[in-house]
Design a binder for this molecule. Structure first.
Ligand code: NAG
Ligand code: NAG
Ligand code: NAG
Ligand code: NAG
Ligand code: NAG
Ligand code: NAG
Ligand code: NAG
Ligand code: NAG
Ligand code: NAG
Length: 804
């Protein structure tokens, strides 16, 4: 028998996906022709003829197989698109039976088991294509007896149940296509051992669960098509699949991370999944990438404009995401790029002119953005800016002209740090309050360009003053940003109880560890009524500004939406995690912790004072009446004190209408927010903290404050020794007398009944700094420093106090 009959299917390894089918057909035709011409007659083993006839019977003798008789010359019949039998010597090596599209299920008395048992009598089969035949039932393990199989195509049947793990024993398999069946459950791990596999296509089934990591070891894979299933979780690392050309994951629930693939990729389709994190830089090196469809995901972040000019790109769909960024007219794009869909994102600027150049050749869609091109199909630019802020991306300018304004805005919005813990804070009540207010009175200016960017002209005028205050706190924090829910779930092990830190009246607090190893505290607020992100803009802007060295700072937030109407169902506020206990635990708690030294105490309360100063003057409008207690002051690993609880106006019950208007930028004057000594309430609370820090005695009740205050008052007029008798014994012998005196005087002034008599926060800070200086000097050279009547620093303090 001539050798040319030997069909080799290993040519599969040189396929590209698009040519796949054509190529098979062509090879098959060529092969069949040469067979017919060179061979003349070919006799099948009679047992194989019987097998084919039995197959016909089991398939309920469809009209398609009417030509199959006991005397048919199977090996020499003309192959057709629907029916092909190919033989090699006495054996059948290929069988293609393709029924009508939409063929119904075979009747109940069809037995997949008998069918496969019969098929298994053709053990030389290398190519088996049984399409649209109504086959149903679970794929029996017996199937694996067809151990020579190289191509298996069972598209459009009614197979159900799991893909059997034993499929991994078909070790010659190069193409596995099970599209449009009813397979369920997870992908078997063993798939990873099919080392010759070049095409894996499981589209349109009901497979679910996460993708096995072993997919990442299929080094010969060229096509991975898993669209229209229910796969979830991260896509395993596919970077070792250096031949991968097609990745089709459409319509699953995969994410949030963009898949990692090698740079030979030609087609990436991620449409309609849960991918969130931005497009990795690596994509810009996919020089063969023709088709990129990432539409209908949750991508946030700037759209990388370099995608437009990838050398091979022809089709780009990023619609229905939250991509931000500014396009401009002179951006380059690839000549071959003939389809672009930008619809429904947050893009600003102008459409690149290269896209508009040849409207006949190109389809370019860009409705529902904030582009200058496009007129009424565009949203208001303020919408895009607000939404961009909502997803944590601060607007930034590409244009030199706008730079100064932008920098100012940026330094206001992003430059400040602060921490919040909304312990006493009631999101819901205020929310409802807001609803009412909003209903009674439209919030003027909020939808206009000016206010919606968050910065009124008044605000900008005050900005210089504010930036000064901001400089007092050096930032060492990651940028304020949006978190994805998946990220938070991962960080907290799905909000596992072991990560639970506590529960306030309006939400739980969890401790989480982010992928980069850092810890965060996550407060989860459930919302009874639903609003769009737009509604939360004032909250977001406020929270994003609460970043300061001496506040437990906001790192970002995450909205959870209802799928049906995109309204917000939950808000997660992410704060830095401050690990080292409360200030009290370092001062007065009888615990193993060593106590703070005198100098460390001064530094700690200075931190608290700076935090208060920031709350009062570092943001507009300031936050007053914060009701700060020593237990709300947390201490980090460097013993830096951070205020963890304060009065965020929009979240607090006792917010007045004035404050609300003020907050929304519609109020009169910035200074008026500080009117009537409202800042002095915090000064009193600070005095109480000071009292505990000096005395080392835990202060639980208001009454104790009065008692201690009286003792202090008495000691102040006495001598150094008697003053020191009031000081915490743990530090009594290592503090300078003048430092102690300064602190005690300051403490008493803070606790004065008359608000106006209490020192300003700036005054407090200068006194604390003075106390620190004299303590320092005393430690260095106690002789000369102690008792020196008036130090230069004190002089400057006095001058400055007068200036206030
Ligand atoms: C083929 O089938 C016919 C009846 O359909 C029968 O008469 C004939 O004997 C069969 N031939 C062989 C070789 O089995
Ligand atoms: C044909 O199949 C039989 C078993 O069915 C096998 O023994 C034989 O070697 C095969 N012939 C060729 C040429 O593969
Ligand atoms: C199988 O069922 C079909 C109808 O559903 C019937 O016509 C046929 O005779 C049955 N075959 C057997 C072998 O029972
Ligand atoms: C598998 O069968 C389907 C249905 O006929 C066809 O569209 C597809 O191209 C086939 N795939 C291969 C690789 O033959
Ligand atoms: C998906 O498969 C079902 C049968 O399982 C079929 O009816 C439907 O047309 C298929 N859809 C696509 C898009 O192929
Ligand atoms: C898939 O299976 C489910 C349950 O087993 C069934 O409800 C559904 O109709 C099936 N779909 C198809 C196309 O057979
Ligand atoms: C995916 O799962 C959801 C719920 O778990 C279900 O409603 C949906 O029908 C499933 N989709 C498919 C294609 O199986
Ligand atoms: C996968 O689907 C099956 C039903 O087909 C269901 O029982 C199982 O819970 C699903 N698994 C996951 C992870 O969704
Ligand atoms: C472009 O994207 C929008 C939003 O996803 C979609 O409705 C529209 O059908 C897309 N256009 C084309 C031609 O795909």
């Amino acid at each position: 028998m001539p050798m040319l009959l030997h069909l080799r299917t290993s040519f599969l390894t040189i396929w590209v996906h698009q040519k796949l089918v054509l190529l098979i057909r062509k090879m098959e035709e060529e092969y069949t022709c040469s067979l017919a011409n060179a061979m003349g007659r070919e006799q099948l083993q009679s047992s194989q003829v019987e097998t084919l006839l039995r197959i016909k019977l089991l398939l309920k003798s469809p009209s398609l197989l009417s030509s199959w008789k006991n005397d048919t010359d199977f090996c020499n019949s003309e192959p057709t698109a629907t029916l092909t039998v190919v033989c090699y010597e006495e054996n059948i090596t290929q069988l293609h039976i393709v029924g009508d599209i939409g063929a119904p299920r075979l009747p109940e008395n069809f037995s997949i088991d008998s069918f496969v048992t019969t098929l298994a009598k053709l053990p030389s089969l290398k190519v088996l294509r049984l399409v649209s035949l109504g086959l149903w039932g679970p794929l029996p393990s017996k199937f694996m007896r067809l151990s020579s199989l190289e191509i298996l195509n069972l598209t459009s049947n009614f197979f159900q149940g799991n893909i059997p793990p034993s499929i991994s024993s078909l070790e010659h398999l190069q193409t596995l296509i099970l599209d449009s069946n009813n397979f369920t459950g997870r992908l078997p791990d063993g798939l990873g051992s099919l080392s010759s596999l070049a095409v894996l296509s499981l589209k349109n089934n009901s497979l679910n669960g996460s993708l096995p990591h072993s997919l990442g070891s299929l080094e010969n894979l060229r096509v991975l098509a898993l669209s229209n299933n229910n796969f979830s979780g991260e896509v395993p690392d596919l970077s070792r699949l250096t031949n991968l050309q097609v990745l089709d994951l459409e319509n699953n629930v995969l994410g949030p991370r963009f898949p990692v693939v090698s740079d030979k990729i030609e087609r990436i389709v991620l449409r309609n999944n849960k991918f969130t994190f931005g497009i990795p830089e690596k994509v810009q090196s996919y020089y063969q990438l023709k088709i990129l469809d990432i539409s209908s995901n949750r991508f946030v972040g700037p759209f990388p404009v370099s995608l437009l000019s990838l050398p091979s790109i022809t089709y780009l769909d990023i619609s229905e995401n939250k991509f931000t960024g500014m396009l401009s007219e002179n951006l380059p794009c690839n000549d071959e790029l003939d389809f672009v869909n930008f619809t429904a994102n947050l893009l600003t600027g102008k459409l690149p002119s290269c896209l508009l150049s040849d409207p006949k050749k190109r389809v370019v869609l860009y409705a529902e953005n904030c582009l200058e091109t496009g007129g009424e199909n565009q949203r208001q630019i303020s919408f895009c800016k607000n939404e961009a802020l909502a997803v944590g991306i601060l607007p930034h300018s590409h244009k030199q002209k706008q730079l100064s304004k932008a920098i100012l805005a940026l330094s206001i919005a992003g430059g400040v740090i602060g921490g919040i813990v909304l312990v006493s804070v009631t999101f819901l009540v205020v929310k409802n309050f807001l609803v009412k207010t909003a209903a009674q009175k439209p919030l003027p200016g909020y939808t206009t360009e000016n206010a919606s960017t968050g910065y009124t002209s008044k605000f900008l005028k005050d900005a210089r003053y504010i930036t000064q205050a901001m400089k007092l706190g050096a930032l060492g924090l990651p940028a304020y940003r949006t978190f994805s829910l998946e990220e938070l779930e991962e960080a907290t092990n799905n909000f596992d109880t072991s990560t639970f830190m506590g529960e306030g009246s309006h939400g739980q607090m969890y401790r989480g560890q982010l992928r980069d190893g850092s810890y965060v505290a996550i407060r989860c607020l459930k919302l009874k009524r639903n609003h769009s992100t737009q509604y939360f803009m004032p909250h977001i802007e406020m929270i994003s500004k609460l970043r300061h060295q001496h506040l437990v700072s906001a790192l970002g937030l995450c909205f959870e939406y209802y799928l049906d109407d995109s309204s917000v169902s939950r808000v997660f506020l992410v704060f830095e995690y401050v690990p080292n206990g409360t200030l009290r635990s370092w001062i007065s708690e009888k615990r193993v912790r060593r106590k703070l030294t005198w100098a460390q105490r001064i530094a700690a309360v200075t931190g608290v004072a700076k935090g208060i100063q920031f709350l009062h003057t570092g943001i507009v409008p300031g936050l007053f009446s914060n009701n700060i207690k020593i237990t709300d002051v947390l201490v980090d690993q460097n013993l830096v004190a951070k205020i963890s609880s304060y009065n965020l106006p929009l979240l607090s019950e006792n917010m007045g209408k004035d404050q609300l208007q003020n907050f929304l930028g519609v109020s009169k004057d910035f200074k008026s927010a500080r009117a009537k000594d409202q800042d002095k309430l915090d000064i009193y609370d600070f005095g109480v903290i000071l009292l505990e820090v000096i005395s080392g005695k835990p202060i639980i009740s208001r009454n104790e404050v009065e008692v201690l205050k009286d003792q202090l008052q008495a000691s102040i007029i006495a001598d150094d020794t008697s003053r020191k008798s009031f000081v915490d014994p743990a530090v009594k012998n290592s503090c300078s007398g003048e430092s102690v005196q300064t602190m005690i005087e300051l403490c008493l002034r803070c606790l004065l009944k008359d608000l106006a008599e209490r020192p300003s926060i700036e005054d407090v800070l200068w006194n604390l700094q003075f106390a620190a200086q004299v303590q320092d000097a005393w430690r260095g050279d106690s002789q000369s420093s102690e008792g020196s009547p008036i130090s230069p620093l004190r002089t400057s303090r006095l001058k400055l106090s007068i200036k206030q």
